[in-house]
Design a protein around this ligand. Structure first.
Ligand code: ADP
Ligand code: MG
Length: 696
């Protein structure tokens, strides 16, 4: 039997072939199933009538009831408009139309009661409503309750498919669809969370009779949405563990030797805990897929190195992949120091490695004489082959896609290497659970002892002389300084000019010091050269774009000046700030901005000044921008949620994940009678909707 929800919308009453084609094209609504899942994004409360005298600056959209007193055309040229005075006895308000005046005017009547709906705005000391919705008041128009509002497009509106029209189509479909809707959750969960049933939920999300009904529908449907995603992720994880064998790294003599005799500092408790978690994981015989989260400067590199030693100790090789050449170079330099202490061969492979050298590296990797390789994307190339790759460390995960991660695994034919993914940008828990729900997660939630928290100051452009004076003092005290300019697109000429101007004025102000400049358009060789001059303390000031954002480590740098700080996102600001505060000295971050700041920019800068905690900053970022715009989430279809909002619904997510986990623990293949609804729903998702393929 054909599934009701697969029925094409074309022949639904009020749709028709032409409108159906438009709905296909514009909203990707093809079937009844797609349509019924096209939920309103908000509701308008039409149950209340607001007296005109109660309208205030804070009013959102209001519904008023009254009569027209007069109307006529005002203004000339482009500001020509139809203006009407409207009263309900408590006050008057102006209604205006800038377009379609002729048509509107025909429908205006005296001595007739109208219902008017729209958003009042203040203009020249009087409230007005532009392009209000209007209809003649009758008994049936009264008390329409909560009206659904659907997203639509200009093109649809021109073809008379505005929100109201879509609501009408939904109202036509609802009585047909209602009896066909199947329960998707097990009874146990419905009772536990006191959810309403699926039928009611779908009906109430489109046409709630009250705020309460809407809330019930939202609670149930959001849970359901998150529950099925978590179920999917968690079962993938279980399946993965079942399917993929992993190397067992039990022997760790070199690691122990290094730890006892060469460790340059005592590990923090968090680092120790994480190393233990990883060690346990690589002893299970299953492939490790682990995300290592830790704030900037929390010491992820040392953890990664110790894990590499685990791999080496068990006759396999290790690689570390970084997103940029600069970062690969830094890692290489840092790790080489450790490797030299214990005679371990290590090399670097990037896009700019010469063919001759490359050939030698390829050979050594294949032979197994080279144990550790640090590199960029160049490592992914098929020509790079290992004798036996035991561990892949991927730094700054968010720059790599999932497909690239998988490419690394395929370096071995039989047992895949263990994978440790490190993120520098902390991700709020809710997001991590969804984005990386199929990975195990370790968190370093502690900074090495003795670090002085970075002091962050917000300065305005007029304070520039003071800031320059401060930089001078710091340099005289032996420190180095970063000055960073925004460069959203490396191709933006004006940004590059800002950078150049900044560089010029700094060299003018500090004639006695050598100054470096670094931006993405420079050749890799020149970049490295400038970076090294700064690392070696030959240059005192580094004027750069955000290319230095990721991971660069110069402990002697103690001041980070960020120009046009209002143009940066929060996580980027936090990353940049993380470039200082890496040594023993007190460090400073100075956020320069103009006076005119948007509300959001203000929140961002205030947050930076208030806290150094990356996780707290990530939370604010999530609230400000929503999950889709957070760095690292772009390629992830997981976040195209219909209803749930990861910045708001952390609690629901937690419950959904726990519920999914519990169910999979007792019934991994969803075979029990109690889980019949789940099983059927997944089967229907796989068959029909876009959703399941989107998250699979
Ligand atoms: P991130 O987590 O941002 O990658 P790094 O691994 O680059 O941080 O570490 C930042 C700095 O802190 C490095 O200079 C590193 O040598 C140092 N470091 C790491 N762990 C410790 C520790 N336990 N005690 C003192 N310094 C540490
Ligand atoms: Mg790092």
């Amino acid at each position: 039997m054909a599934n009701f929800f697969d029925t094409k919308i074309d022949f639904l009453k009020g749709v028709g072939v032409q409108k159906a084609a438009l709905l296909n094209l514009e909203l990707r609504i093809f079937t009844y199933g797609d349509l019924i899942q096209y939920y309103p994004f908000r509701h308008e409360d039409r149950s209340k009538i607001t007296p005109i005298c109660d309208i205030s600056e804070d009013s959102v959209s209001v519904q008023i009831k009254g009569q027209l007193m007069s109307w006529g055309m005002l203004g000339e040229g482009r500001s020509t408009r139809l203006s009407a005075q409207f009263t309900d006895g408590t006050g008057t308000i102006e209604l205006v139309w800038f377009q379609g005046a002729k048509w509107v005017q025909k429908n205006l009547k005296l001595n007739t009661t109208f219902l008017v709906y729209g958003k009042p705005t203040m203009f020249r000391d009087q409230f007005n409503i532009a392009h209000p919705e209007m209809e003649i008041f009758t008994e049936t128009t009264e008390n329409k309750g909560l009206q659904p509002v659907y997203n639509t497009t200009e093109k649809l509106k021109r073809s008379f498919l505005d929100s109201k029209a879509i609501a009408k189509i939904q109202a036509t479909l609802m009585p047909l669809a209602y009896p066909q809707l199947q329960e998707t959750l097990p009874d146990g969960l419905i009772q536990q969370f006191k959810f309403i049933d699926k039928k009611s939920a779908v009906k109430q999300i489109h046409f709630p009779a009250s705020e309460r009904e809407l809330a019930q529908a939202m609670a149930r449907l959001k849970f359901e949405e998150l529950f099925f995603i978590q179920l999917k992720l968690l079962s993938q994880k279980t399946l993965h563990k079942k399917q993929f064998q992993g190397f067992i790294f039990r022997q760790i003599p070199t690691l122990n030797h290094f730890y006892k005799h060469h460790l340059p500092f005592a590990l923090t408790n968090a680092q120790k805990r994480v190393v233990r978690e990883i060690y346990e994981d690589v002893c299970t015989g299953k492939q490790m897929n682990r995300l290592l989260q830790g704030d900037v400067g929390s010491g992820k590199t040392m953890v990664a190195f110790l894990c590499m030693l685990m791999a080496l100790d068990n006759d396999t090789q290790a690689c570390l992949m970084a997103p940029t050449e600069i970062l690969a170079e830094q890692h290489y330099r840092g790790l080489k120091e450790y490797c030299d202490l214990i005679d371990i061969p290590i090399a670097k492979l990037t896009g700019s490695t010469k063919p001759k050298e490359r050939a030698i590296l390829h050979e050594a990797l294949k032979e197994g004489t080279l144990k550790i390789i640090i590199g960029t994307h160049a490592l992914l190339e098929d020509t790079v082959q290992f004798k036996l790759l035991g561990l892949c460390v991927v730094d700054e995960q968010h720059r790599f896609g999932v497909a690239q991660r998988a490419k690394l695994w395929k370096k071995n034919t039989e047992v895949p290497p263990h994978v440790l993914v490190m993120t520098a940008t902390p991700i709020p828990r809710t997001l991590a659970m969804t984005l990386y729900g199929d990975l195990d997660i370790s968190v370093i939630d502690e900074l090495p002892a003795g670090r002085k928290p970075i002091q962050t100051i917000h300065s305005f452009d007029k304070d520039r002389l003071r800031v320059l004076g401060f930089m001078k003092k710091q340099i005289e005290a032996g420190r180095q300084v970063y000055v960073v300019y925004p460069l959203i697109e490396e191709s933006e000429k004006s940004d590059l000019k800002d950078l150049q101007d900044g560089y010029n004025s700094i060299t003018r102000y500090f004639p006695e010091y050598a100054v470096s400049i670094l931006h993405g358009r420079m050749k890799p060789k020149d970049k490295d050269f400038e970076m090294m001059r700064f690392v070696n303390n030959e240059t005192k000031i580094m004027v750069a774009t955000t290319v230095i954002e990721v991971g660069v480590n110069v402990p002697n740098a103690s001041v980070m000046v960020i120009e046009n700080a209002e143009r940066f996102g929060l996580s980027q600001l936090h990353q940049l700030r993380g470039r200082v505060g890496r040594g023993a000295e007190q460090s400073y971050c100075i956020l320069m901005s103009t006076f005119k700041l948007s509300k959001e920019s203000k929140v961002r800068l205030e947050t930076m000044v208030r806290t150094n905690n990356g996780f707290e900053i990530a939370d604010v970022d999530l609230k400000l921008r929503g999950p889709g715009d957070m760095s690292g989430t772009q390629q992830s279809g997981v976040l195209d949620l219909l209803l749930a909002d990861l910045s708001q619904d952390a609690e629901i997510l937690k419950h959904a994940r726990e519920a999914a986990k519990l169910i999979l623990e007792t019934d991994p293949n969803l075979e029990l009678e109690a889980n019949k609804n789940i099983r059927q729903h997944i089967a229907s998702l796989k068959k029909t909707s876009l959703n399941w393929s989107r998250i699979s």
